[in-house]
Design a protein around this ligand. Sequence first.
Ligand code: HMG
Ligand code: MG
Length: 283
Amino acid sequence: MAGAVEIYEVGPRDGLQNEAGEIPVADKVALIDHLSTAGFRRIEAGSFVSPKWVPQMAGSAEVFAGITRAADVRYSALTPNMKGFDAAIEAGVDEIAVFGSASEGFSQANINASIDESLERFAPVIEAARIIDLPVRGYVSCVVDCPHDGTIDPSAVARVADRLFAMGCYEISLGDTLGRGTPDAIARMLLAVRDVVPVGRLAGHYHDTGGRAIDNIDASLSLGVRVFDAAVGGLGGCPYAPGAAGNVATEAVAEHLERLGYDTGLDLDIVNTCAARAQAMRA
Ligand code: HMG
Ligand code: MG
């Protein structure tokens, strides 16, 4: 065995937030309940954001109320501000995530704030979570390029990752939001981020628009990253990153990792059945 690598399942959030048609809460609940039997330790199940910005996530409280929680799974949700935090607590989340960006253009488009304003907004959220011992994950989007600002310098990624880590995020997930990153660009970015955040606290979050996400995972593995976000069925994209395709498919990542000798702890048959279910939910 080459060691353990964890896949953080983000399909019910990142996978479904971008679907055009309305997906019934019951279908989301059924998908999450099915995923809960596959061996994941963390599942991103929803998002407490403005329903005007992301209508598809409006039913997240109902989703959390409807799922059957597995004892060894942490169910998380995105919380951009205190309003989202309060709603997430009310819904009984096990973990939250704040989401920033390495690019000013995407930060404005996605959360209507500059990078510095967003970090100020996250501070009370992270502090409120610390008081009740709730784990907080931090996302950095546009780690290699941005639909608005073009190529992103690795130092810009390192700066935001460093700030989020110092503020108390236990893990920093590095998002190739557009999904056009190459292994070289991902490696340059990781080398810069690794200097400021321990590599054991980093995760790769790679969309697969350019078909290089698995290569980007390989580049990240060779630099010590051992957590990867993925979405069953390869669903998803970000409504504020035009042209971005889905997250790398969980089933493809799991099969790839197992082939390389890594232990994912996942039941691949169940993951494949979940992938088929996720794809059937598409409009
Ligand atoms: P804003 O308009 O600046 O916020 O949006 P505001 O504070 O001025 O409030 C405006 C309205 O939104 C008010 O309602 C608030 O109550 C409401 P109104 O008075 O007009 O009826 N509001 C909320 N409602 C529900 N939940 C909340 C909330 N906050 C305010 N939490 C805001 C700022 C951050 C809210 C908005 O920009 C937003 O919701 N953005 C979310 C965008 C998003 O979810 N994007 C996708 C997720 S990020 C992603 O996919 C990338 C990632 O996967 C990594 C990668 O791939 O790179 C993580
Ligand atoms: Mg994403």
